[in-house]
Design a protein. Structure first.
Length: 391
């Protein structure tokens, strides 16, 4: 019984990390990062769009980037047609973008495509590289919002990763609520405390000086989490920019979502196993940042967290473990955090009532999502990247 209690206690502590980090952030004085100014000129942005068989959506993506309310001479758009067997390259060029075509079936996937492209484009004329997925469109003021967070050369930024098809299903409406909770509450709190926001792959803006110093060394199926861990350990600032909004397709069914969720979970676990020790040992960041990074890398996501907490609470009450009161409190407090963030995300939806009704599906989704997380163990390591179906 003592061993079982110790296992439950370790799980509860792990699930408390994000809550502890948020409490520390709230108690710390407000901090602002000050970067040296590089003058009043708007930053020059190079948009890289990795695309594998994206003929369905690549045209709208390129057109939205070229239609930004931003001086056209300050932006460049380059599509990376990676191992494509369709008309992705032709449609990218027809929409007005530059296109690099890559054929390397032995090393497929977004991280490899980006690393390859970065050796073939000149960064001398760019202050930052912005990575945009091919199923994405951006708000007309996207680039201007990034510029307001500048100078961008020496740091990384993460744009507001919103849902383009939020009305498709309960899954997409819940995803829109989660995005709003992160960008309206969780990430601004991190900025307030002076710690890094996570990178989410789509909408990453990486300063040219950062790339020149650290290069591109992320090749797992969760390259965004790998970059987050590598840059954070090196002391590179990473900030979220709520005003820079992009809209990408979210999986609208459990079947479509399956490989995506497994890939995300397995990739994140792989990054944590490889990078967490280096983060903890880093002498470039303080204990506050180390705590938050450990919380980010170990977090399982709100739905899986809910499912795990429910299972652990049931076990505690059924087994009547020693210290049940403390264990229960340790599991319930993080659930309150999730509920608060969820309420903030709901409140800013265009139709909060309809968004709230989507959560009727939450019990079914939580069980499915937990199963997807458990089966993701089979994808740990350097598993080949699998593309999510488009519609």
């Amino acid at each position: 019984m003592i061993f079982i209690t110790a296992v439950f206690a370790a799980a509860a502590v792990g699930m408390m990390l994000s809550t502890i980090s948020d409490i520390v952030s709230l108690l710390r004085p407000v901090r602002t990062r000050r970067m040296p100014s590089n003058g009043s000129a708007l930053p020059r942005l190079l948009f890289l769009v990795p695309a594998h068989n994206e003929e369905l959506l690549i045209g709208s993506c390129v057109r939205s980037l070229l239609g930004l309310r931003y001086p056209p001479e300050r932006i460049a758009v380059c599509v990376i047609a990676d191992n494509c067997s369709d008309a992705t390259a032709q449609r990218a060029r027809a929409a007005g973008g530059r296109c690099l075509e890559r054929a390397d079936l032995a090393r497929p996937g977004k991280p490899r495509a980006l690393a390859w492209a970065l050796t073939r484009v000149s960064l001398d004329q760019s202050d930052a590289v912005v990575i945009i997925d091919a199923d994405t469109t951006v708000d007309p003021d996207f680039a201007s919002a990034l510029a307001q967070a500048g100078p961008v050369n020496g740091k990384a930024l993460q744009a507001y990763f919103d849902v383009a098809n939020s009305d498709d299903s309960c899954l997409t409406r819940m995803a829109a609520v989660l995005a709003a909770a992160n960008y309206r509450a969780a990430y601004p709190l991190k900025r307030r405390a002076g710690v890094n926001a996570p990178l989410l792959g789509n909408g990453m803006c990486i300063g040219a000086d950062v790339l020149a110093t650290h290069g591109w060394n992320a090749f797992t199926i969760a390259e965004d989490w790998e970059l987050y861990a590598l840059y954070t350990a090196q002391g590179v600032p990473i900030e979220s920019v709520e005003g820079a909004r992009l809209f990408a397709q979210e999986a609208s069914s459990l079947g479509q979502s399956s490989t995506q969720r497994q890939r995300w979970t397995a990739g994140k676990l792989t990054v944590m196993s490889r990078q967490l020790a280096a983060l903890i040992r880093s002498n470039r960041i303080g204990m506050r940042q180390k705590l938050d990074a450990a919380a980010e890398l170990s977090a399982v996501g709100p739905v899986v967290h809910l499912a795990l907490a429910t299972g652990l609470l049931t076990g505690i009450l059924t087994l009547r473990l020693p210290g049940a009161t403390w264990l229960t409190a340790a599991l319930v407090v993080p659930l309150a955090r999730i509920a608060i963030y969820g309420a903030i995300g709901l409140a800013v939806q265009p139709d909060p009532g309809r968004a709230a009704r989507a959560f009727i599906f939450l019990p079914v989704y939580a069980v499915w999502r937990l199963w997807a997380a458990l089966t993701s163990i089979t994808m740990l390591g350097d598993t080949p990247w699998v593309r999510t179906a488009r519609h």
